[in-house]
Design a protein around this ligand. Structure first.
Ligand SMILES: Cc1cc2nc3c(=O)[nH]c(=O)nc-3n(C[C@H](O)[C@H](O)[C@H](O)COP(=O)(O)O)c2cc1C
Length: 162
């Protein structure tokens, strides 16, 4: 898929078909994350991939609004380490992953942030060691919904110098 088309047509997907996602596709999504821009090239991230249904169910009840994680065949959990700009770096990773998933015919949804109440519980549940900290969930699977959320027009957000 052409880049601008992917940017324009990507949507957060929270309903998934049951079919499993081939590991090679999950790896392509992870690979897109790996190439994200990062302050000082620190690359302060680690990815945990969960496909086990029982674990996804556990994560879904921990994960705030992300109840559908139980139905998504894959959940990638992004963890961040200490760096110059870890939050911004991991956000760039997550956006790359969302776009790559869409370009591959998959759907994805970014869930949560480092300040959610369940962040520490998720880290401990997955046995991820400090100083890594939870950044976000990324649910992944073949989409079973189409969405068209309203987007503000460019004119509302741009000022050209005069
Ligand atoms: C930092 C961040 C956190 C988000 N957390 C959640 C969340 O907890 N639950 C959820 O349903 N969607 C979450 N989303 C997805 C947004 O709701 C979604 O991006 C927004 O509604 C715009 O829709 P679109 O992605 O289809 O353009 C999050 C997105 C971002 C960028």
């Amino acid at each position: 898929m052409e880049l601008f088309e992917a940017i324009r047509t990507r949507r957060s997907i929270r309903k998934y078909r049951g079919d499993p996602v081939p590991r090679a596709l999950v790896e392509q999504v992870l690979e897109a994350g790996r190439w994200a821009a990062t302050g000082g090239n620190r690359q302060p991230w680690q990815f945990c991939v969960v496909t086990n249904a029982a674990r996804r169910a556990e994560l879904s009840v921990m994960g705030g609004s992300g109840r559908w994680i139980a139905q998504a065949p894959v959940c990638i959990i992004i963890f961040m380490s200490e760096a110059i700009t870890p939050v911004q770096d991991c956000a760039a990773v997550a956006q790359n992953m969302l776009l790559a998933a869409h370009a591959l015919g998959l759907g994805a949804c970014w869930v949560g942030n480092p300040n959610v109440s369940f962040a520490e519980r998720v880290r401990q549940y997955l046995g991820v060691r400090e100083p890594l900290r939870f950044f976000a969930f990324m649910s992944l699977g073949y989409p079973d919904e189409t969405r068209q959320p309203a987007k503000k027009p460019l004119g509302e957000m741009v000022t050209w110098e005069s």
